[in-house]
Design a protein around this ligand. Structure first.
Ligand code: 5GP
Length: 213
């Protein structure tokens, strides 16, 4: 529960929400998530573990916690992941401990994970909000992957091959955002987040009870 000031200056307690966001590589998900964290102080990204090599500029424990396959497999055996999946040949997973920690401090949490991870979470995190971000076209996706110059041609080809399969899973999500303009897509994402915060289950029931009694 987090303390939130409301207009009449009373402090109410609100429960954090879990937002699961997926998209094919290059659809703009990272940019949108970063913008959300910057604009909404109560929103935190749960940093995933991965066996992928860090890209230029990526920071350990900020972008990902980079671990060896051996470490990752030990974490799977110890049941430390809420979900994990192999994505483009590397292992990625969301730590239960990190989610619980952020949740206990009342934060809204973003999980930026692939479609397989999202399907696993659906079974255990029913109250989570599932959002899928689509590129305006496959051509636009290719252009973005080439322009960001972070991956080799082989990796780009692999990511494009996977994109159609990922997009075909869109019905597992509650909301679809088409990212044809980053500003428009951001506004849509923010309105989903804000309306989730107004759900009855997110309300401070003790505070409402006091009004009734
Ligand atoms: P990238 O290597 O480009 O950062 O991420 C590749 C894909 O892995 C993205 O679709 C991203 O959402 C996904 N991913 C990142 N972290 C996790 C995670 O913890 N679990 C799962 N299942 N996918 C993840």
């Amino acid at each position: 529960m987090a303390a939130v000031k409301v207009e009449n200056k009373k402090t109410i307690q609100r429960k954090g929400n879990l937002f699961v966001i997926s998209a094919p590589s290059g659809a703009g998900k990272t940019t949108l998530c970063q913008k959300l964290i910057k604009k909404m102080p109560n929103m935190k990204l749960s940093v995933s573990y991965t066996t992928r090599e860090p890209r230029k500029g990526e920071v350990h424990d900020v972008d990902y916690t980079f671990v060896t396959r051996d470490t990752f497999k030990k974490m799977i055996d110890r049941g430390e992941f809420a979900e994990w999946a192999t994505v483009h040949g590397n292992l990625y997973g969301s730590s239960i401990k990190r989610i619980k920690e952020l949740n206990s401090r009342g934060y809204d949490i973003i999980l930026d994970i692939d479609i397989h991870g999202a399907i696993q979470l659906r079974k255990s995190y029913e109250g989570a909000v599932y959002i899928f971000i689509l590129p305006p076209s496959l051509e636009a996706l290719e252009e973005r992957l080439v322009n960001r110059r972070t991956d080799t041609d082989d990796i780009i080809k692999n990511r494009l091959d996977n994109a159609k399969a990922e997009i075909s899973q869109y019905t597992n999500y509650d909301y679809i955002i088409v990212n044809d303009s980053i500003d428009k897509a951001y506004k849509e994402l923010e309105s989903i987040v804000r309306s989730a915060g107004l759900r009855t289950e997110s309300a401070d029931h003790n505070w409402i009870q006091k009004i009734i009694n």
